[in-house]
Write a protein that binds this ligand. Structure first.
Ligand code: OMP
Length: 264
């Protein structure tokens, strides 16, 4: 099955909210655990234990596992395995992007069959050019995985680069969407984009975009689920909203109710 088919099935069964697993120090405190690798494991795996059979998609943020070195990465491996066992999909948020030979290495790390950190999808940065990401696109296709490329990020300052006008006369964000659209037919539509839910004006037109749209910024960054229709218009059906602190930031007791409240 392609990533789009698997995502479609998961979202139909469980709804279209992606739960971000961002076990940052303030979240560990809210869960009443120490800011060490044991606390990290209790929170990250505790989220999947409680919501694993309820949520369609989880997005672990690598940035909060890496500070613990190999022990943190080992926890991330176990979290990815937990998500798989719970029948949900994983989007590993690593925002990688490099020239071809190095990109081959990253692609193998996150998308090869049997790789310890293999996820159903990953996030990538197109700063070195969308086409430099080709090794990841190709490996994702072989294994039925997905890719989300940053186009218009949720942070306000991102517009300085992503709203800049390219030599083709469109914004950088639009250029990224157009490149992904050009490549999607030969990649089973697995090439998605990240477009922040925080913007009134995205500075690009997602209405005809052929990939899945990952939309961060719900909750802690100020966007609401109700904003999605205004921001994405005709593309709303392709949008996968994602929230981290808004769901996980109240500790274990509030986890389920916060998830249900956003989804409703
Ligand atoms: O790729 C992402 O997921 C991402 C892109 C973006 O434009 N903005 C953004 O906030 N994110 C990630 O989404 C998560 C947002 O966390 P919350 O603000 O707590 O929901 C973090 O892991 C961010 O790194």
């Amino acid at each position: 099955m392609t990533y789009r088919q698997r995502l479609g099935a998961a979202v139909s069964a469980r709804g279209n909210l992606c739960v971000g697993i961002d076990p940052m120090p303030s979240v560990l405190a809210a869960w009443g655990v120490a800011a060490d690798v044991n606390g990290l494991e209790r929170v990250a795996r505790g989220i999947v234990e409680r919501l694993g059979t309820r949520a369609a998609v989880f997005k672990p943020q690598s940035a909060f596992f890496e500070p613990f070195g190999s022990a943190g990465i080992a926890v991330l491996e176990r979290v990815l395995a937990d998500i798989r066992e719970a029948g949900a999909l994983s989007i590993l948020d690593v925002k990688r992007g490099d020239i071809g030979s190095s990109m081959d290495g990253y692609a193998t790390a996150y998308l090869a069959e049997g790789a310890p950190l293999a996820a159903d999808a990953i996030t990538l940065s197109p700063y070195l050019g969308v086409r430099t990401l080709t090794p990841a696109f190709e490996l994702a296709k072989v294994h039925g995985r997905g890719i989300y490329v940053l186009a218009r990020t949720s942070n306000p300052g991102g517009g300085h680069v992503q709203g800049a006008i390219t030599d083709a006369g469109t914004s950088v964000a639009q250029h990224v969407l157009d490149e992904l659209d050009r490549l999607n037919p030969e990649h089973d539509g697995l090439l998605g984009a990240v477009l922040g839910a925080t913007h009134h004006d995205l500075g690009c037109d997602p209405s005809g975009f052929t990939g899945s749209i990952l939309a961060p910024g719900i909750g802690a960054q100020g966007a609401t689920m109700g904003d999605l229709a205004r921001t994405f218009g005709a593309a709303l059906g392709n949008v996968l909203p994602t929230a981290s602190r808004q769901v996980i930031g109240g500790g274990p007791e509030e986890l389920f109710s916060r998830f249900e409240e956003l989804l409703s």
